[in-house]
Every structure is written in structure tokens, then in C-alpha cells.
Write a protein that binds this ligand. Structure first.
Ligand code: GUN
Length: 288
């Protein structure tokens, strides 16, 4: 068997197109332009790339982008003061503080200082609780993107066995909540899971979100399963230079699975598309 490749790049372009259409309509009908504020503290190169890409795509769908780049030694209280200002600014509908933050800043405190209605990352404790209890919330972008691709591919996910590898607050836990919300039987596997290959082998849906290059081999995958690879890892090429790989071993998994997301071009582009969709949602909710 050779798996169908789930094209996250094309799907993300479609989502962005839908967001852009909706933005144009609320601009024309109500004179409202959605605004997304992105806060970056420090000079982490990967974060700088993400923030640049977010800003560019925000503008491309017709939204206003407000970038706040702060020095690495910015105090926690100055960052909290900026967030308070953004919370109070009616032109800002979504706020994203790029993680990780420098060590001297309490990440939980900062995230929980964002107005939950503007928390387009879905990381605020109120949104986490709302998602966990199946109520209307802001949903974290990467798991939301994965869910959209799974729904698009399968239609209903009801009754499927899903294994999420990784228990992070950003991906693993919210992913499990979303799959449960779609009536999957969900297992969260992690570094202490006993006999991980056997656990993964039970899954109709495997979501790999551990941040370890190519750690899931095809031998762990049930024939015909769907594999969603959240990992983005840079590895050395034998001939020199580097390349991006996911958390699954693509070649061997693609030989067994019925569908798989590639890296790059799978989950990655969906994350920013969902951020824009969340910003639109926040705008619509703010204006009733
Ligand atoms: N750093 C890595 N992923 C994310 C994300 O989804 N949101 C934010 N704010 N920071 C990140």
C-alpha cells in the first residue's frame, strides 16, 4: 500500500482564501478590520521566522498585523503592561505571545493575563477549561489544523481509535480533547508509556507530536491507519547540509498507512491558517 498524501499546504491555502473572503465581507458590511497583535520577546531565530510568516499571512488575508518586538531583557512587568494595553485596544481582536519566553518571565502568568476572548492561541486557562468541558472556546491552532485535515479526509471520526503521542499543553493534550469531542477512543502516549509500539499499532489515527526526529517507524503503524505528523525537526544530511523531517519515519510509515501528512507541507501551514481563522472568530464574537 502507498499512502495518500494529505496536502496541508493546499488545504491551508483554501482556508486562508475562505478567511480572506469573510474579512472582505465584514470590512464592506460593517467597516471592521480584524487585527492580530503578535508579541515576540528576544531574538530566537526560529521564533523570528514564525513571527515574520504570521505577519505576512495576516496582511495577505486583509487583516491588520501589529508586531511588538521586545528585547530579550524586557521585564515581566513591562510585558504584562503591553498585554494590558492590547487587551484594552478595540482594534486588536487577537493577541499571540510567541513562546518560548526568556527564563526570567513566568510564561503561565503572561498567557493568563491575555483577555481569553483575544487568546487566539487558546492557551489561557479559561480556554483550556472550556475546551475540556466541550464549551465554546478558542482552540489551539496546531491541533485545530490536524482535526480539520482528519475531518476533511475521513468525514466522521466517530468510534475511531486515536493515539496521540506527546502530552504537551500546546499540542498533545488539546489534540486529545478535540478527538474525544469527535467521539474517538483516545489514548495519550508519552515517554513513560509501556510498550509504545503496541499502543500505536492499535490506532486508526496516529498523531505524532513529540519533537523527536523520525521516532515512529512504519512497523508501529496499523495497515490502513492515518498518520498526522506534527514534528518539525532539522537533521543533518549524509551529503552535508540539513533537512526538515517529522516525528515519524515518512518512507516506512507511508508504505503502511492509508494517508499521511508530509513534513514540510503537512501540519505546519495549517497552524497559521488556523491562527487567522481564530482571529476572524474572535473578531466576529467581539462584534456580536
Ligand atoms: N511556539 C511554538 N508554537 C507556538 C504556538 O503555537 N503559539 C505560540 N504563541 N508560540 C509557539
Amino acid at each position: 500500500m502507498s499512502a495518500e498524501i494529505i496536502d496541508g499546504k493546499a488545504f491551508a491555502a483554501k482556508v486562508r482564501g475562505q478567511v480572506a473572503e469573510h474579512v472582505a465581507r465584514i470590512k464592506a458590511d460593517h467597516g471592521i478590520t480584524p487585527g492580530l497583535a503578535v508579541v515576540l520577546v528576544g531574538e530566537d531565530p526560529a521564533s523570528q521566522v514564525y513571527v515574520r510568516s504570521k505577519g505576512k499571512q495576516t496582511v495577505e488575508v486583509g487583516m491588520n498585523s501589529y508586531e511588538h518586538k521586545l528585547d530579550a531583557d524586557t521585564s515581566e512587568s513591562d510585558l504584562l503592561a503591553l498585554i494590558e494595553k492590547l487587551n484594552d485596544d478595540p482594534a486588536v481582536h487577537g493577541i499571540l505571545v510567541q513562546l518560548p519566553l526568556p527564563d526570567h518571565i513566568d510564561e503561565d502568568l503572561v498567557i493568563n493575563s491575555i483577555d481569553p476572548a483575544k487568546d487566539v492561541d487558546g492557551f489561557h486557562i479559561s480556554n483550556v477549561g472550556l475546551l475540556g468541558t466541550g464549551q465554546k472556546s478558542m482552540v489551539p491552532c496546531t491541533p485545530l489544523g490536524c482535526l480539520m485535515m482528519l475531518r476533511d479526509h475521513h468525514g466522521s471520526l466517530s468510534g475511531m481509535d486515536a493515539v496521540v503521542i506527546g502530552r504537551s499543553n500546546i499540542v498533545g493534550k488539546p489534540m486529545a480533547q478535540l478527538l474525544l469531542g469527535d467521539s474517538c477512543t483516545v489514548t495519550i502516549a508519552h515517554s513513560r508509556t509501556k510498550d509504545l509500539p503496541d499502543v500505536v499499532r492499535r490506532a486508526d489515527i496516529v498523531v505524532a507530536a513529540v519533537g523527536r526526529a523520525q521516532m515512529v517507524p512504519g512497523a508501529w503503524i496499523k495497515p490502513g491507519a492515518t498518520v498526522i505528523d506534527v514534528g518539525i525537526n532539522r537533521i543533518d544530511k549524509p551529503e552535508g547540509g540539513t533537512r526538515l523531517v517529522g516525528d515519524v519515519d515518512y518512507e516506512s510509515c507511508a508504505a503502511v498507512a492509508s494517508a499521511i501528512t508530509p513534513v514540510p507541507g503537512g501540519v505546519g501551514p495549517m497552524t497559521i491558517a488556523c491562527l487567522l481563522a481564530n482571529t476572524l472568530t474572535a473578531t466576529c464574537r467581539a462584534h456580536g
